[in-house]
Design a protein around this ligand. Structure first.
Ligand SMILES: NC(=O)c1ccc[n+]([C@@H]2O[C@H](COP(=O)([O-])OP(=O)(O)OC[C@H]3O[C@@H](n4cnc5c(N)ncnc54)[C@H](OP(=O)(O)O)[C@@H]3O)[C@@H](O)[C@H]2O)c1
Length: 233
């Protein structure tokens, strides 16, 4: 990981912050992004070689500025970890247009903008690794998750298309299908869930570390980890 430039979007979240703490001692150069600048600053305090860039990924111009600033500071982008997102879990007939807009804007369009902008920077160096933290609801359905699943199935769709287009530039994709992860993600969700039975954010971050440490010739295309209480086959 030494000297790798790693952009983590959603760095202040449960998964993003666990990953940041694991990457910080490895000698990687970290670019941390999310909207709340004070949470970014407290995550970065005491860490070396860290740049924080407050960014709203629903705004394509802010996403382009994020990647440009990362390249201006560190000269390249080796890795993008997309760990930003949100969940609105409601019965289909209670979903309002604003709920659909929120899911599509952040989970689908925001992830697309970050992949698109990072890929343009990675193409210059003919190498790169894009890690999309999709979630199991990007490939399996669940009651109460119509809007969320729509956004996450979309992430899988565009990621696979981009992976195909970008392989000739040495850019690889890993898609992570985690089941429930105990994180602040669930604070605003009204659905009753048992957070004690979920995966920890550390487990999710370990899986991302595994993918990042893989042999450069090997592409861990998909990593699927579920809590024992909630298996999808
Ligand atoms: N928790 C789970 O059970 C689970 C399972 C599988 C997959 N996932 C997915 O994994 C990702 C991370 O989840 P998590 O559990 O770590 O969630 P989390 O703790 O709620 O963190 C979400 C992160 O996304 C950032 N974010 C939200 N909206 C943003 C925007 N418009 N622009 C930039 N950043 C934004 C948040 O920071 P700001 O609010 O400051 O912007 C925060 O850093 C999400 O995509 C989620 O769907 C979660």
């Amino acid at each position: 990981m030494q000297d790798k430039v790693i952009v983590i979007v959603g760095a202040t979240g449960g998964i993003g912050s666990a990953l940041t703490r694991k990457l910080a001692p490895t000698g990687a150069q970290l670019v941390l992004a999310a909207r709340d600048s004070s949470r970014l600053d407290s995550l970065a305090s005491g860490l070396d070689s860290v740049l924080t860039i407050p960014t709203d990924i629903t705004d394509q111009q802010q996403v382009q500025a994020l990647m440009s600033k990362a390249v201006a500071q560190f000269g390249k982008i080796d890795v993008l970890v997309n760990a930003a997102g949100a969940g609105i879990l409601k019965q289909y007939n209670q979903l309002e247009p604003k709920d659909l807009d929120a899911m599509i804007d952040v989970n689908l369009k925001g992830s697309f903008y970050t992949c698109q902008a990072a890929a343009e920077a990675m193409k210059e160096h003919k190498s790169g690794h894009i890690c999309n933290v999709v979630g199991i609801l990007g490939k399996h359905s669940m009651a109460m998750a119509a809007a969320y699943c729509a956004s996450k199935f979309g992430v899988v769709g565009f990621s696979k298309c981009m992976a195909d287009e970008l392989k000739r530039f040495g850019i690889k994709f890993t898609l992570f299908y985690f089941g429930g992860v105990d994180s602040p993600f669930w604070d605003k969700v009204t659905l009753k869930v048992d957070r004690k039975k979920m995966l920890s954010a550390e487990t999710a971050a370990d899986a991302i570390m595994f993918a990042l440490a893989a042999d450069p010739q090997a592409v861990p295309m998909e990593i699927n980890i579920q809590p024992e209480s909630h298996l999808f086959f």
